[in-house]
Design a protein around this ligand. Structure first.
Ligand SMILES: *Cc1c(COP(=O)(O)O)cnc(C)c1O
Length: 406
């Protein structure tokens, strides 16, 4: 074997585009909820690769699926189909509202497909004029130009020239603002059942039900972006179950592959039939390697034990965060659902969420932010109880440091 090139955080600034600003420590290995860096330092990981590593790092069942499929068949293109994709699609259809599945490689691609399908459906069934897409402020739907324009933060879509048109933004959890924008020219309303990047903000039941009713009234498709909330993250296979509202299209990615890149949309037959042969596609979508890993993740996540376990863990997380807050008075509320939780900065600590990430890393702990005011937790859905104990011991110390202004 040849000597490996020595690389470190400084290498990033030399050879990578500066669109990210990674932390100084470079992770090299993971196991369950633990991660080790280049210096052998250990961390407890409650960031979960931004709500991706639903079974932690290197779960044996996923490693096995990857290795077995890796020795059989990696890629054939969509000129052929393959067994892992057909098995995964069958399982997703059996477990959800959907009749049909389209596979792609990321959340943005899933939303891109969902929005293209919604537009095509409206053109085919109604008219060319029915093309308005309504999204919500603070929402996040990915970084392709169509999806980032649908997203509710202009700082992410400005400065790239003319944007895709006919996209309007209402106010999340404010039905009146949607009612003011929606009409028979609306082809789709896209929303997250809980805004992830936008601050871990769940939809109210009245809002979700109201969106469904307004979509029905105007023959618009209800597109639920479950890229972050889906695949067990909130204690339901998909979060729409919590609201008792049936969407028309669901996009899913992140947890779906447990760390292997894969995305998908799920929909009903009468909509699916409009994505006719040749209308859309992607080279890697539904490749056997990704689908084999996702199938292994599905078999573990979609069990009553694991889904119930997520609710139990949520209670522990909330209790630990409340205890820390009793001690330091930093949060105004703990919100979210299942294991997508946000600790919201109170007025005295407004805008300081980011400081908790750096302080946490110093204590051997990984967490996330969701905007300037929310510390976000998206751990493994099967995180061990002793790791929760130890993780929050470390986070407690990090909070102490931030509060002391160190
Ligand atoms: C992460 C995310 C996306 C984008 O997914 P990518 O895989 O990064 O393209 C879209 N929607 C939501 C709600 C997300 O959290």
């Amino acid at each position: 074997m040849t000597d490996q090139l020595q690389v470190n955080r400084a290498t990033f600034d030399e050879v990578m585009l500066p669109n990210y600003a990674p932390q100084n420590m470079v992770p090299v290995r993971g196991d369950g909820s633990h991660v080790w860096d280049q210096d052998g330092r250990e961390y407890i990981d409650f960031a979960g690769g931004i709500a991706v590593n639903c079974l932690g790092h290197c779960h044996p069942a996923l490693v096995q699926a990857l290795q077995e499929q890796g020795q059989k068949l990696w890629h054939v293109s969509n000129v052929w189909t393959n067994e892992p994709a057909l098995r995964l699609a069958t399982k997703l259809v059996d477990a959800t509202f959907a009749d049909k599945v389209f596979f792609c490689n990321s959340g943005a691609e899933a939303n891109e497909a969902a929005l293209k399908l919604a537009r095509r459906y409206a053109v085919d069934v109604y008219s060319e004029e029915k093309n308005q897409i309504i999204s919500f402020k603070q929402s996040f739907h990915g970084r392709t130009f169509f999806t980032v324009t649908a997203g509710g933060q202009e700082i992410y879509s400005d400065g790239f020239g003319p944007k895709p048109g006919a996209i309007d933004h209402a106010v999340y959890n404010d039905l009146a603002s949607l009612e003011a924008l929606i009409s028979d020219k609306t082809c789709a309303v896209i929303l997250e059942p809980m805004q992830g990047e936008g601050g871990v903000m769940p939809a109210t039941p009245e809002f979700m039900q109201g969106v469904r009713a307004l979509c029905d009234k105007h023959n618009a498709l209800m597109v639920l972006d479950e890229v972050q909330t889906g695949f067990g993250r909130t204690g339901y296979l998909y979060m729409y179950e919590l609201y008792g509202v049936e969407p028309d299209i669901v996009s899913t990615a992140k947890s779906l592959g447990g760390g292997f890149p894969i995305g998908a949309i799920l929909t009903k037959n009468h909509i699916a039939e409009h994505l006719k042969f040749g209308t859309h596609g992607t080279t890697y979508g539904g490749n056997p390697l990704a689908c084999a890993v996702a199938e292994a993740a599905f078999d573990i996540i979609n069990t009553t034990e694991v889904l119930a376990g997520i609710k139990k863990r949520e209670a522990m997380f909330r209790q630990k965060l409340e205890q820390i807050n009793d001690k330091y008075q930093v949060f105004s509320e703990i919100r979210g659902e299942g294991l997508l939780l946000g600790a919201v900065m109170n007025q005295a600590h407004e805008g300081r969420a980011k400081e908790f990430i750096a302080a946490s890393i110093e204590q051997g702990f990984m967490c996330l932010v969701a905007g300037p005011n929310v510390v976000r937790f998206a751990p493994s859905l099967i995180v061990e109880e002793q790791d929760i104990e130890e993780g929050f011991k470390r986070f407690d110390k990090a909070v102490a440091r931030v509060v002391a202004g160190d």
